[in-house]
Design a protein around this ligand. Sequence first.
Ligand code: HEC
Length: 441
Amino acid sequence: MRVLALVLSLTAIPAMADEGYMRLEGHGGPIKGVAVSPDGRHALTASFDNSVGLWSLSEAGADPLWLEGHEAAANSVLFLPDGKRALSAGDDFDAILWDTASGDMVARLEGHEGKILDLATTPDGKTGASAGWDGAVGLWNLETRAPIAMLEGHRAAVQAVRFADAGTRLYSAGSDGTVRVWNTASGDLIRVEAKHGFGINRLVVNEAAGWVAYGALDGGVRILDRESGEEIADITSGRQPVLALTLSPDGALIGVGDGEGHIHIVSTTNWKTVRDFRATPRGPVWALAFDRSNRVVAGTIQNYADIWPIATATAIDESDVALRSFQRDPATMTNGERQFMRKCSICHTLTEDGGRRAGPTLLNVFGRKAGTLSGYIYSDALSGMDIVWNSETLDKLFDLGPDHYTPGSKMPMQRIVRDEDRADLIAYLKNAGADPQETLK
Ligand code: HEC
């Protein structure tokens, strides 16, 4: 177990720790969304750990302001144009409007019946849009904080939304492989702008240049003329799926992040590659945003966001980067530890401080009454339950699944079907809890 503690504490800086390179560290889970403020001085990160971080880009190493309110993974973040408000959205089906000075929640926008994957705002900051897994595009009045409409038409999850033409038009794209254009005022569908044989994950609109670009599940990245719908360029790299797509503030660069961990930066004047590098040794690049200093902020499977100077970004030295805990060689673990690493460690630690994960630390969970660890914000459902955690109740939790045993709790649906796996996991947790020294040895 000493090895484990060591591996978890190692966070290597890329070999090219260059001028301008920065790392935003503090989240307890992978980063699903990133955004840079209009003045370029702040960044937002949305994490699997349920929280949103608001970071100063001028103070390296400073702690972020934590925006707490999502009850599941946060997926998407953006600054409103005046920089005073931010919007985030997540797996809890909600979007939240925040005050960026205080970090306070201003309003919770409820209405979707599925996760929200993407957000957009009009240039005046008065209207917001959300992309829902329920197949709907949400339109929100950000002044009254009331829903305006749920636009139905996509035949599957909506993955991306972007406004155009001073907010009078809205583009949406989704798993049904279509890009649609809506009239924002009437809510009417104007046309299906594009059809792709695979689901579309990301969308950007370059109004000045008159094109829209999308990135898809099969790795396809295509640029289409907004008027004619004709293809202007195809910058497909072959890596799939495309998970992130972003345009630089001046429109000169487009950044593509993919499921294989690469960042591909392309010039929008000649469609040639400017940079193409591996940004994480394993797993996907989920989110990208250019800042105002020729850098690109990247959210990946790692618990931190990297900010790469575009001019010098090169592939990270893979031998130098610690693997995430659940990527360790499973052959070196007992079955109980393996169960924990694979199924729990992304949301729970076995350390005193809980490591800023979505769930509370499971150190000393044996004998704990459910929902009572101080310092962790539980759902009302779990804190109201009369359960004490022990071998029997933990076994029930994963035999029946949290949705049945602790209905209404924030813990996602999951079951561990094999009796033996549950028993090994419980023995592992008990051992870790019974003797804290044991976990550090
Ligand atoms: C995707 C995130 C996620 C995963 C994966 C996850 N949990 Fe949880 N877990 C949570 C959250 C969030 C809570 C708090 C629930 C609430 O407040 O309703 C929680 C609560 C718990 C609790 C109650 C703790 C207490 O203090 O009352 C136990 C026990 C627990 N989890 C065990 C596990 C185990 C064991 C695994 C792996 C098999 C696991 N969890 C996987 C997110 C997760």
